[in-house]
Design a protein around this ligand. Structure first.
Ligand code: ATP
Length: 354
């Protein structure tokens, strides 16, 4: 049975349906991210788990107990917010101790011991006497994490905890969060709009759009087998070639026919889109002699240097197709050059064009 179970949960704000019929079962110890564009309902979902919002419909179960209307401080959840959520007038020790001090029955020695454990967990033992303004943004968020974990929550909830930090700190801290989560084995729900963040630290990613779940799967499945066009477009870069189904292995694309596995529900003449990731597209200065691949001709539009790769955009009969090349290959390419691209039928994913 799922440890945290959201069953058909909905939330309306006036006429805005922020979350619609949301179903999510989270296993004990799993790290699940809610990912999606601004306004898709991520924070509202998290706030309903925390108890800061009450669903208009549906149920939330934690370890088999219905917590839908239980007060936030009685749920056993720990929350980390976007930024600046530490108490500015309290030092680090008192911030971390706060949750234990407001619940009666903890002797001072036990609280001190727990604070030391938490500061050691986030590797900031030396900061106990400092005040929040004497810490960097990244350190403040680590203390916020220590504070959320000090009460031994059943579930850890994080709402865009890294979005106010600079890029380098963000990358370092996200692996810290994952390390700590794995060390404690704590069930975690993490809200972010940053796909790289979600894909890099989660066991499961829930992609949301307009209050609905588009797909909930492992990071690899989300990237390699997007189930909807929205997911394909939102995660990474996907070339999208519009065409019509010819048969179960052929799609008409302009004057050419592409070989691609067509799902059986898409019958002849259906309007479809063929998705192919840039890293699966090869670029050639001369026509490739490889009849196992799909081959298209086009003209180079732009070349963007991105460090380890150069992203090349090619105009193929009015459709923009991008591919990633090495610096070595890049030197033999020029703007407006006539080129060929090739990609394997297996690298294509065909979806209904709705
Ligand atoms: P962001 O990444 O921008 O924080 P989000 O995916 O977390 O977005 P939510 O904050 O959950 O999205 O908001 C979902 C929808 O509900 C939005 O249309 C938002 O304007 C609306 N909304 C959220 N909270 C309230 C509120 N308290 N009152 C009215 N509308 C709200």
């Amino acid at each position: 049975m799922a440890y945290l179970d959201l069953q058909n949960v909905s939330k309306l704000f006036g006429t805005v349906a922020a979350v619609k019929g949301f179903n999510l079962a989270v296993e004990k110890g799993a790290f699940v991210s809610l990912l999606g564009p601004s306004g898709c309902g991520k924070t509202t979902t998290l706030r309903m788990i925390a108890g800061f919002e009450t669903p208009d419909d549906g149920k939330i179960l934690l370890d088999g107990e219905d917590i839908t209307t239980v007060l936030p401080n009685k749920r056993g959840t720990g929350m980390v917010f976007q930024a600046y959520a530490l108490f500015p007038n309290m030092n680090v020790r008192d911030n971390v101790a706060f949750g234990l001090e407001v619940t009666s029955g903890h002797p001072k020695s036990e609280i001190d011991q727990r604070v030391r454990e938490m500061l050691s967990l986030v590797r900031l033992e030396e900061t106990a006497k400092r005040y929040p303004h004497q810490l960097s943004g990244g350190q403040q968020q680590r203390i916020a994490l220590a504070r959320a974990l000090a009460i031994r929550p059943r579930v850890l909830l994080l709402d865009e905890p890294l979005s106010a930090l600079d890029a380098v700190v963000r990358v370092a801290l996200r692996s810290e969060i994952r390390r700590i989560q794995l060390e404690l084995g704590i069930t975690t729900v993490y809200v972010t709009h940053d796909q790289e963040e979600a894909l890099s630290i989660s066991d499961r990613v829930v992609v949301m759009n307009q209050g609905l779940i588009e797909q909930a799967d492992s990071p690899e499945e989300i990237y390699r087998q997007p189930k909807t066009r929205f997911v394909a477009a939102f995660i990474g870069t996907a070339n999208q070639l519009n065409g019509d189904v010819v048969d179960n292995y052929l799609v008409r694309f302009g004057e050419t026919t592409l070989r691609a596995p067509v799902p059986s529900n898409l019958v002849k003449s259906s309007k479809v889109v063929v998705l192919v990731r840039p890293e699966n597209v090869l670029i050639h200065a001369a026509a490739p002699d490889d009849n196992t691949k799909n081959v298209l001709e086009g003209t180079i539009q732009t070349m963007t240097f991105l460090g380890s790769i150069t992203r090349v955009a090619i105009d193929v009969n009015g459709t923009r197709l991008v591919t990633d090349t090495t610096a070595e290959m890049r030197t033999s390419l020029n703007y407006n050059q006539h080129v060929w691209v090739s990609f394997a039928p297996e690298a294509c994913q065909v979806m209904a064009n709705q």
